[in-house]
Design a protein around this ligand. Structure first.
Ligand SMILES: NC(=O)c1ccc[n+]([C@@H]2O[C@H](COP(=O)([O-])OP(=O)(O)OC[C@H]3O[C@@H](n4cnc5c(N)ncnc54)[C@H](O)[C@@H]3O)[C@@H](O)[C@H]2O)c1
Length: 410
């Protein structure tokens, strides 16, 4: 097996999941980790191990490339530095696996796709479910027509996130240099699930589908500049829907519930901290079932790293999630910021918890948002006192959304 030379941008935060996957679960004969690029690497809990393994550390990719080359660069840094780092890596002839979201602006997604293609390089995006063997088996069955046409997808996530999570760049409208960052629950923390539905609706294994209309309302309970709770319905030209009811601020944790209805079957995933098994299952009209196995954390980082390394060895195999695959996701996220006002929860509903995940939460929100999911209706449609009317709009082109975002927010 050809050994792939690999560099990691990022040493702490989620980059540790990559390093643990490389060191713990991947064949060391398959790669050579030739450098780590992170100006704050010494803050990582893996710093001592990086040093003990003798892996050189650099502050910037430019400094790294003065001494090395790499066939693959994994970028696991904050979103606001992705664009520049991707361009530097491509300019030095490296394939790239960049964590989601690829960039702040959807209009840059297509530009980067083209730049990578012109350089003959892959630009993968770390949406791990698009690399997952289980998800790809489901998508193949959908493409083969086994489940019938898609009808309605819906997702509920209640994930209690602490104030500490929001103390860095998460939930920020602006990056440290004053440029737009647009970080929110849907564009980052639960990005996988918006992308998941769009990906399953794509007409090929490596495409996702662009909605034509959006109906959404955005809310905040935390002390942040964007939003931590939302109701977002993507509507496609043929009236298929993909709805997401997402919150970091409910008064009870239950990680994830997904239900996807097709003409002939219903696909489900339930993941709630060990109470359910996180299996992706499809139940057909006649009661028969396919269990695609768990889509939980297990193996997902290994799968995307392995696929990217295989693409370095055999470019003809391609990758299932490259920049253009994520364009619908990025465009929906940009459009929310361009079109939909953010509504604070009424102060009397918000409380501060010092217990589990210390932070600000909303009384009663878990049950109410779960009802939204069960009935596939927005908080306003269910008549909640705190809810604002949904904003409904035609989804514009990425360039138009970017222009409006710059006009309104800069
Ligand atoms: N796929 C997933 O499930 C998943 C989960 C969490 C985070 N992420 C993504 O991973 C990326 C990093 O998120 P995070 O929460 O770990 O962020 P973070 O703020 O913890 O940063 C990650 C690492 O990047 C380093 N860093 C900061 N500035 C840098 C720079 N200019 N150059 C190089 N390194 C730099 C930090 O020191 C840190 O070690 C984001 O794109 C995020 O959305 C993905």
């Amino acid at each position: 097996m050809e050994k792939i030379t690999l560099a990691m941008v990022g040493a702490g935060g989620f980059a540790r999941t990559y390093l643990n996957a490389l060191w713990g679960n991947m064949n060391p004969e398959g790669y050579d980790l030739v450098g780590i690029i992170d100006p704050y690497a010494s803050n990582s809990t893996l710093y001592a191990e990086i040093v003990a393994r003798g892996i050189p550390i650099y502050n910037t990719l430019e400094e790294f490339y003065q001494e090395h080359t790499a066939q693959l660069v994994c970028i696991v840094s904050p979103v606001y530095v992705h664009m520049e780092q991707i361009r530097t890596a491509l300019a030095h002839g490296s394939h790239v696996l960049c964590e989601k979201p690829l960039t702040v602006f959807a209009e840059d997604v297509a530009k980067l796709e083209e730049e990578a293609r012109n350089a003959g390089l892959f630009l993968g995006v770390g949406f791990q479910w698009s690399f997952s063997r289980r998800v790809r088996a489901l998508k193949q069955d959908i493409l083969d027509g086994r489940l019938g046409k898609p009808v309605a997808f819906k997702t509920f996530i209640s994930w209690m996130r602490s104030d500490a999570y929001y103390s860095k760049w998460h939930g920020h409208m602006y990056a440290p240099d004053g440029s737009l960052l647009l970080d929110s629950i849907i564009s980052n923390a639960t990005a996988h699930y918006l992308h998941f539905g769009l990906f399953l609706l794509g007409d090929r294994m490596d495409t996702a589908r662009m909605p034509s209309r959006i109906k959404a309302s955005l809310y905040r309970a935390k002390d942040i500049s964007t939003f931590d709770t939302c109701s977002v319905k993507c509507v496609f030209e043929d009236d298929v829907t993909h709805s997401l009811y997402l919150t970091h601020s409910a008064d009870r944790d239950r990680y994830l519930t997904i239900e996807m209805t097709f003409e002939k079957a219903v696909a489900t995933i339930l993941m709630d901290y060990g109470e359910t098994d996180g299996h992706l299952r499809v139940t057909f009209e006649d009661g028969s079932m396919i269990d695609y196995d768990s889509v939980g954390e297990r193996d997902v980082t290994v799968e995307k790293l392995s696929d990217m390394m295989e693409a370095c060895r055999h470019p003809e195999n391609g990758i299932p999630c490259h920049a253009a695959t994520t364009l619908p996701f990025s465009n929906v996220c940009n459009s929310l910021f361009a079109e939909v006002p953010i509504q604070p929860f009424p102060a009397e509903m918000v409380y501060h918890s010092e217990g589990y995940n210390p932070g600000q939460y909303v009384h009663g929100l878990y049950t109410q948002l779960m009802d939204c999911f069960l009935q596939d209706k927005s908080p306003y449609e269910l008549g909640y006192s705190w809810a604002v009317p949904d904003t409904e709009y035609e989804l514009k082109l990425p360039e138009e959304n970017a222009k409006r975002l710059r006009e309104v927010l800069l």
